[in-house]
Design a protein. Structure first.
Lengths: 85, 291
């Protein structure tokens, strides 16, 4: 039970950090499943890649370098969880 | 066009567009000699290519090698034009200024084999004029690569007055090797893309200056109504306002029509160093951006 709580809390932290990066750029109304590239031009994906790698200390390999993995806050959090899990 | 021409290609000028062309060639198994007289430009090119091989993978799952180390290993970074003594296809990308290009073509003619083709990657300089100073006018052709080259499926191929069919075929073979389509156009100021786009951007800037609409609203209309990926002002910021100003001034000089007169706001922004993405601010603010 403790393990599950700890995992959930880590996930919540990822999400908070991702939102803290994205909200100042696209605005506070952004939902976790909103298409970010409907709000910003797709060049924003490059900024997201740099942010994810530097903040979470992970390297995104070529097979994961797809814009779908950066399309929404949910997608970014799922990617981080896969890479840190 | 034989295999030897495609296997080893020179890219002269490691600026914004030159480095993406070098990257594109190296991702398609060509050995590239990337030449720039400024060593810092070569260092920057190596860094940008390493970064962009990964970034562009985000937008395209297309053919081409995405292994950063292998791509960099195919590129020789050098400041020595003498390294082109055995290269038979040269893509020239130096500054869009005929006076800058002029001495280079003389040196290329002296260094490169007699059968080498020179492809000018230009969006506005006359190919016939470049041919006239090259010492080999039938072997000069225009290849206007779009930026960033690895993500763009087409290239303007420009035939000068003296360009031979064989030279056009050689350029078509290189473009096809990159998985792109070459669209053959005739030599005229601005060719097709730059002539239309520069005027549209300049006019959008005039609308901002006159207070008709904001940059955001103009871009929004073009993106939502016409399906453009970027609006005209975002495009201007992406290309660089200094480049846009240079292009419109070349068109004005060569064609002499009032519709090519540069917007006062464009001139003011360039004078103030507001050049778009590369300076951190243009019509939009990129100060927070890492790219």
């Amino acid at each position: 039970m403790r393990e599950v709580t700890s995992e959930s809390s880590t996930r919540a932290t990822y999400r908070e950090q991702v939102r803290a990066f994205i909200v100042p750029v696209v605005g506070p109304a952004v939902q976790d499943d909103d298409d970010l590239f409907g709000l910003k031009d797709s060049l924003f994906a490059m900024e997201l890649l740099v942010f994810v790698e530097s903040t979470f200390g992970i390297r995104i390999e070529p097979e994961d370098l797809s814009i779908q993995n950066f399309q929404s806050i949910d997608a970014i959090c799922a990617l981080i969880e896969r890479k840190t899990g | 066009m034989n295999e030897r021409q495609i296997d080893r290609i020179a890219v002269v000028g490691a600026g914004t567009i030159g480095l993406t062309v070098a990257q594109d060639l190296a991702q398609h198994q060509c050995d590239v000699v990337l030449v720039d007289v400024v060593p810092e430009a070569l260092d920057r090119a190596a860094r940008e290519i390493a970064r962009n091989v990964r970034f562009y993978r985000l937008y395209s799952q297309s053919t081409g090698d995405h292994d950063v180390q292998r791509v960099l290993a195919r590129i020789e970074f050098t400041s020595e034009l003498s390294r082109l003594a055995d290269v038979r296809f040269v893509i020239e990308n130096v500054t869009e200024d005929f006076e800058v290009k002029k001495p280079l073509y003389g040196r290329l003619h002296a260094v490169c084999p007699g059968d080498a083709v020179f492809a000018a990657n230009t969006s506005c300089i006359s190919i016939t004029q470049l041919g006239s100073i090259s010492g080999r006018p039938s072997q000069v052709v225009g290849l206007h690569f779009m930026n960033p080259s690895p993500l763009k499926p087409s290239v303007e191929l420009i035939r000068g007055a003296h360009t031979s069919d064989r030279t056009v075929a050689a350029a078509q073979a290189v473009v096809a090797h990159l998985g792109k389509r070459a669209v053959l156009v005739q030599d005229a100021p601005g060719f097709v893309c730059n002539r239309v786009m520069t005027v549209a951007i300049n006019e959008a800037i005039e609308l901002v200056r006159q207070g008709v609409a904001s940059a955001e609203d103009i871009d929004y209309l073009f993106k939502t109504s016409y399906g453009h990926k970027m609006g005209p002002l975002e495009t201007a910021d992406f290309i660089g306002l200094d480049t846009i100003l240079n292009s419109i001034e070349v068109l004005h000089r060569d064609l002499g029509e009032a519709k090519f007169r540069s917007s006062e706001l464009l001139r003011e922004m360039v004078a103030a160093g507001l050049l778009g993405r590369k300076s951190g601010r243009g019509f939009y603010d990129y100060a927070r951006s890492d790219v």
